[in-house]
Ligand binder design. Structure first.
Ligand SMILES: [Zn+2]
Length: 300
């Protein structure tokens, strides 16, 4: 079954103008509230076919000492609140067959919740992860406090305000006529090749990041670059910026550190990789933007 790219669909109305302590307190008290709970970085789901990550607010009674809460927005007339619970909480739910504690990548791959919930879960995971890891002021070292219904942390010692971060990553399919460049990292599943990717650096355009990363990883010079689409990637808080770039050179060189292999693939190769009928190579997962980029290129 082909799944849409994961985490791109998020039906929440964010209501960013209403992010204040009152909104968060009201939402947490509202009987209609849908509660999204992460035990550490693992979402807790109501099991089902499909299941859901939108839990009744009464779940909080089973989460003693939960840590931070964020008002994510409204789903129709239901406020949605994300709650961070201690990682050990996951164990206390293990005997309850009505609940499942599953990592967010598996939730997407296995289609355990409706596709629209994946974007909302990505948002919750990235925000709660940020709270978990930014308890102290980067400016003066004092403890910070959650503010703006969870979209800011404030330092009362020096007055600094800290905002949740999103780290941009460029991911690109580099093409040369009827062939495209893909590589594989040692951690990839067997036979899988995917688009090259890398972090955008400060003071760099998206286009230049595509050119630099491709040259660093595969020794290929890139000319024209065009943007295709993007994908939130909540591991922990990236946005993948999908591009197609035109190669100016043919000869691939790589140092074996980042990539263990890189090669040119024909459209016929890629078509068969997508179909799963290639004897030698596999395409990246359908939940990943890389799969979408090569699919679009094959169609062109
Ligand atoms: Zn401070």
């Amino acid at each position: 079954m082909t799944r849409p790219i994961a985490y791109i669909s998020n039906p929440l109305v964010r209501h960013s103008a209403e992010r204040d302590p009152v909104a968060l307190a009201n939402a947490a008290r509202d009987p209609r509230t849908a509660m999204v709970v992460l035990a550490g970085d693992l979402p807790i789901l109501l099991a089902g076919e499909p299941g859901t990550s939108l839990l009744p607010a009464s779940i909080l009674d089973r989460l003693p000492g939960h840590q931070e809460q964020v008002f994510l927005g409204m789903l129709g007339d239901r406020p949605v609140v994300a709650t961070l619970a201690a990682p050990e909480t996951a164990e206390s739910f293990q005997d309850d067959a009505s609940l499942a504690v599953v990592d967010l990548r598996s939730i997407a791959v296995r289609g355990l919740v409706p596709a629209e919930e994946l974007g909302l879960l990505a948002m919750a995971k990235s925000l709660l992860d940020w709270h978990r890891r930014h308890r102290f002021c980067a400016n003066c070292g004092a403890p910070t406090q959650l503010a703006q219904a969870g979209f800011r942390r404030d330092c009362s010692a020096c007055g600094a305000q800290h905002f949740p971060r999103t780290d941009p990553v460029v991911i690109m399919l580099i093409t040369r006529g009827d062939k495209c460049l893909m590589g594989r990292q040692p951690r990839f599943a067997e036979k899988m090749y995917s688009c090259l990717a890398g972090f955008l650096e400060p003071g760099e355009t998206i286009e230049d990041a595509v050119r630099r990363e491709t040259f660093e990883e595969a020794g290929i010079r890139v000319g024209a670059v065009r943007y295709m689409t993007s994908q939130p990637w909540p591991f922990p808080s990236n946005v993948m910026i999908g591009c197609i770039g035109e190669a100016l050179t043919d000869e691939i060189t790589f140092d074996g550190e980042e990539l263990e292999d890189a090669r040119w693939f024909t459209k016929e190769d890629v078509r068969r990789m997508l179909e799963g009928t290639h004897e030698q190579f596999n395409a990246p997962s359908p939940i990943a933007i890389a799969n979408h980029l090569i699919r679009e290129w094959v169609k062109e």
